[in-house]
Design a protein around this ligand. Structure first.
Ligand code: C5P
Length: 314
């Protein structure tokens, strides 16, 4: 029985609006998600035993059931017990490149790769849509991580509408290693401050998603108008995260000073990204920030927008 190696892309949010409350306790969102080609490598092989084992090269990543990739394998085992009985357990080796706890969906993307990888390993024949449905059980961002590209995400973040690929853009990602923001904290703090603005009525919520779909940023993506895209960048989490972490505000200022066409925090942070229209410009801005801030705790990466989420590596 063969093994599979998959590349699991990071994502950034070009737009993240917290719209309201849902009956399931989650927040209703309107987001534009974009895959970028900073990828973790996930190798999946039959273990020859009946257990699931996760190994990772990054010291901060747990290898037990608190790892979403582990939970993805458990989900596949419980959904397809007859295939598990036939093929047995799996060893999952994760080589991290995506920074951890960074607002880049690294954990969700690893789980997405495990769903796609086990579908191949066990010859389940699931469609991408069926893999995405399983992914939604694991986490709100997992369906997007499976699909990748550019998409409008509504609901908890799991309802996806594809948008045209934005292949002309590059990104510089910057993260202070010591700044770790818990997503649960970010949602709780946002709720405590802005709850009175939340929309609750399902009809209004539905209309809201449609408003964003026909709004300026989606139109700008369709016409590949980088100037308007950068004007329309939005992340509601910035309202509560930036006042707590002034170094992220300085980072954004430095990116603009360096000539980035736009800058935003991704997800609930703490990664801040800058957009450029060429690879060389992204490398120049990265070098500028490294030299100007010269902070041992600050790590930077250059990546290109990617049209895919999970890729099977040759
Ligand atoms: O779906 P996921 O497990 O990634 O979400 C992590 C946490 O983020 C949830 O427990 C919830 O507190 C919060 N969340 C939310 N609304 C969303 C997505 C996540 O409140 N749409």
């Amino acid at each position: 029985m063969r093994s599979y190696t998959l590349l699991a892309c990071a994502k950034i949010n070009l737009y993240l609006e917290i719209v309201g409350d849902r009956a399931d306790g989650y927040h209703e969102l309107a987001m534009i998600m974009q895959s970028v080609d900073l990828c973790d490598r996930i190798h999946i092989e039959p273990s020859g035993t009946d257990s699931i084992r996760v190994t990772c090269n990054h010291p901060d990543v747990p290898c037990d059931s608190s790892n979403l990739a582990y939970r993805a394998a458990e989900l596949m085992r419980s959904e397809f017990p007859e295939y598990f009985a036939r093929y047995g357990g799996v060893n999952i080796y994760i080589t991290k490149k995506i920074p951890v706890a960074a607002g880049l969906a690294g954990g969700s993307s690893n789980a997405a790769a495990v769903v796609v990888g086990i579908n191949l390993l066990w010859n389940l024949g699931l469609t991408q849509g069926e893999c995405e449905q399983l992914g939604a059980v694991l986490g709100s961002d997992v369906p997007f991580c499976i699909r990748g590209g550019t998409a409008l995400a509504t609901g908890r973040g799991e309802k996806l509408s594809p948008l045209p690929d934005l292949d002309q853009l590059y990104v510089v990602l910057a993260k202070y290693e010591s700044v770790k923001i818990s997503t649960a904290w970010a949602y709780k703090t946002y709720r405590a401050t802005y709850e009175e603005t939340y929309i609750r009525d399902p009809e209004h919520i539905e209309a809201y998603g449609q408003k964003v779909h026909s709004g300026p940023i989606v139109r700008a993506i369709a016409s590949k108008d980088s100037a308007i895209i950068t004007e329309e960048l939005r992340n509601d989490f910035e309202k509560i995260v930036l006042p707590e972490y002034p170094q992220l505000v300085s980072l954004k200022q430095r990116f603009i000073e360096a000539g980035a066409i736009g800058t935003l925090m991704s997800g609930s942070g703490s990664t801040v990204f800058a957009l450029t229209e060429s690879h060389s410009e992204a490398e120049r801005i990265k070098a500028y920030i490294e030299q100007e801030l010269h902070h041992p705790d600050l790590k930077l990466w250059v990546a290109q927008f990617s049209p895919t989420g999970i890729k099977v590596s040759e």
